[in-house]
Write a protein that binds this ligand. Structure first.
Ligand code: ZN
Ligand code: ZN
Length: 301
């Protein structure tokens, strides 16, 4: 096709083989469709799935998702090329909305290169570049991948993104890895924007209650289906239905029973069904509530 949008390379799925890695890397079969459609509230269509490729084109990812009751996807750009791609893709595909930001792990790298201020100015421009941009994110703190000497500049970057979300009246999409207390502290110090979404929520029940108390929304990813995620399921159980969203964070975090295989938005029903069990509610009721919450955060498609 003659797209202006840089397309991830199409190609057949290749299973990795070899003595050192015999994991099955093939794409899982699509699950049965959801009866009530929901959006994938956080996805990276532009990021390859691993060293062996196995990329879906945006068209293919959107079509597969729509076929199982996931007609909408929020495409999140994490660096300048990714943010530009997200805006162009959301303008082109009605199934997509965009979020733009410099990822917390990207901020210290840009700062070290002396490029942070210019990059933030470009995110500021992109935030106003299209009505399809509905979020500033993902931003926040990552104390897992960024070492301690980068935390100060990471926090400054987070504060700058909070300011952008307020000024542009966009949802703020938070990435929080091993930094729960500091994320909540910075948000309290700056004052939260009207709509805050904790993406791939990873806190415990106490943190979930604090987020709900502050009026935040919580998005759950495939991690909630993992065997060792009892405390995350406990957290989900405390969150009122109107504050719960669902996401893939694809190509990462593939839900059970396909952990380790490539993730994409068409696997959302697996996570939703697991969440419905945790909440003890009917799948369709959960989907109706998720769709309403997603609409409150990002607006309509
Ligand atoms: Zn993230
Ligand atoms: Zn992400």
């Amino acid at each position: 096709m003659t797209s202006q949008i840089p397309q991830p390379p199409d190609g057949p799925t290749r299973a990795r083989a070899g003595a050192d890695d015999r994991r099955d890397r093939s794409r899982p079969e699509p699950p049965p469709p959801l009866r009530v459609p929901v959006a994938d509230s956080h996805c990276h269509l532009d990021i390859a799935d691993g060293p062996d490729g196995s990329w879906l084109s945006a068209e293919d990812a959107i079509a597969r998702a729509a076929a199982v009751g996931v007609p909408h996807i929020v495409q999140i750009g994490c660096d300048l090329p990714g943010a530009r791609w997200a805006v162009e893709a959301a303008d082109r595909y009605p199934a997509l909305l965009a979020g733009v930001a410099l990822h917390p792990n990207e901020v210290p790298v840009l700062a070290a290169a002396g490029e942070l201020d210019a990059a933030l100015a470009e995110i500021d421009r992109l935030a106003g570049a299209s009505p399809r941009v509905r979020a500033i994110g993902e931003t926040g703190l990552d104390h897992f991948r960024t070492s301690e000497e980068g935390w100060k500049v990471q926090e400054d970057g987070f504060r700058a993104h909070i300011e952008l979300a307020k000024r542009h009246d966009k949802a703020l999409v938070i990435h929080d890895r091993d930094a729960h207390a500091d994320v909540l502290r910075v948000l309290a110090e700056e004052g939260s924007p009207d709509r805050v979404l904790m993406h791939c929520f990873s806190g415990d029940a106490d943190m979930a209650r604090e987020c709900v108390r502050r009026g935040y929304y919580l998005s759950f990813a495939g991690t909630v289906t993992f065997k060792n995620a009892a405390s995350l399921r406990e957290a989900l159980a405390t969150v009122p239905l109107g504050r719960v969203l669902v996401e893939t964070d694809a190509p990462y975090l593939t839900p059970s029973p396909y952990r380790g295989r490539p993730n994409a938005s068409y696997l959302i029903p697996l996570t939703v069904r697991h969440m419905a069990e945790v909440k003890g509610v009917d799948e369709a009721d959960l989907c109706t509530a998720i769709a309403a919450a997603t609409n409150e955060v990002f607006g309509s498609w």
